[in-house]
Design a protein around this ligand. Structure first.
Ligand code: SF4
Length: 286
């Protein structure tokens, strides 16, 4: 058996930074209660570990008290939530990924100039909810090319992408959108880390007999990786950790490809590699 590990698998720059800062808060001795606004990353092990160390997840800000501290995750938050946190005098540690901040800024700027905002992405994803909050929640959110067909004719629109959608989804939607909008300004805001991770996964999945995608069940970028891999490799499985791997699915001559979503820590990837490599006593391409 041979193991191929996709480049750019696992933690991206934004997630790495957010996780480091969250762990940095654990040993502060000012007795402030510290929370993350929503699960910091889509990885249950990391979220549980932070909770065990005193950093709890909250889904709303109603129960926060003055001087509490809150960490904003990479997905960002709506403009109004910043105002609400300021009014409540909550200390903010803003870990919104700079690539997401850029999308918020574009949306806010064009909204103020009178453009209709279109976001290509998942309407229930926190990043999209946050971005939509920078244009008074007025955006049309496109989840599939069918949604573009349902749009009314628009005079002026600005279109952006959720940072983790696929290039194909962006291109297909944009081509149709051009027929619906008189003046269209487009910003392909898919982040480079996502692009590179998806291309590497695609490349490896073309060579693999079995493809393992490591990542949280709620992670949208992991789901997309899985869909990309499934197109080239029928035996694609998604796992959250090494325990979920059933070694009996492998044949001796299999080429096993491994990739991981943006919220998957290196140690989890390593555990998966170890489990397969040790049990099959074969080489990896490192
Ligand atoms: S996937 Fe890209 S946009 Fe999202 S947190 Fe990572 S670096 Fe930032």
């Amino acid at each position: 058996m041979k193991i191929l590990i996709a480049d750019n698998a696992g933690f991206c720059f934004g997630v790495k930074r957010a996780v480091k800062v969250a762990y940095d808060q654990i040993n502060r001795d000012d007795n402030r209660r510290t929370y993350t606004y929503g699960e910091l990353i889509h990885n249950p092990q990391v979220v549980r570990d932070l909770e065990d160390k005193g950093i709890k997840t909250i889904d709303g800000i109603d129960n926060l008290k003055e001087n509490d501290r809150i960490i904003i995750r990479t997905h960002g938050i709506p403009e109004k939530t910043y105002k609400d946190l300021k009014e409540k005098k909550i200390e903010l540690i803003d870990m919104t990924c700079p690539f997401v901040k850029r999308v918020q800024k574009i949306v806010n700027g064009y909204y103020k100039k009178g453009y209709t905002i279109v976001i290509i992405g998942d309407k229930n994803h926190p990043e999209v909810i946050g971005v939509n909050g920078w244009c008074d929640n007025s955006a049309y959110v496109i989840e599939s090319v069918n949604d573009v067909q349902l749009l009314p004719y628009i005079d002026k629109a600005c279109v952006v992408a959720q940072t983790t959608i696929t290039q194909k989804m962006w291109e297909d939607s944009l081509n149709l959108l051009k027929l619906k909008v008189n003046e269209l300004v487009s910003f392909n805001t898919i982040c480079d880390a996502t692009n590179k991770r998806q291309s590497s996964a695609e490349e490896i999945s073309k060579k693999a007999d079995v493809m393992i995608v490591i990542g949280g069940k709620n992670s949208s970028n992991t789901q997309k990786l899985k869909r990309i891999c499934e197109k080239n490799c029928k035996r694609t499985i998604q796992v959250e950790n090494a325990d979920e791997i059933d070694l009996s699915i492998f044949n001796d001559n299999d080429i096993v490809g491994i990739t991981a979503g943006a919220s998957t820590p290196d140690y989890l990837i390593q555990e998966v590699i170890n489990k397969i490599a040790i049990n099959r006593k074969e080489d990896t391409n490192g």
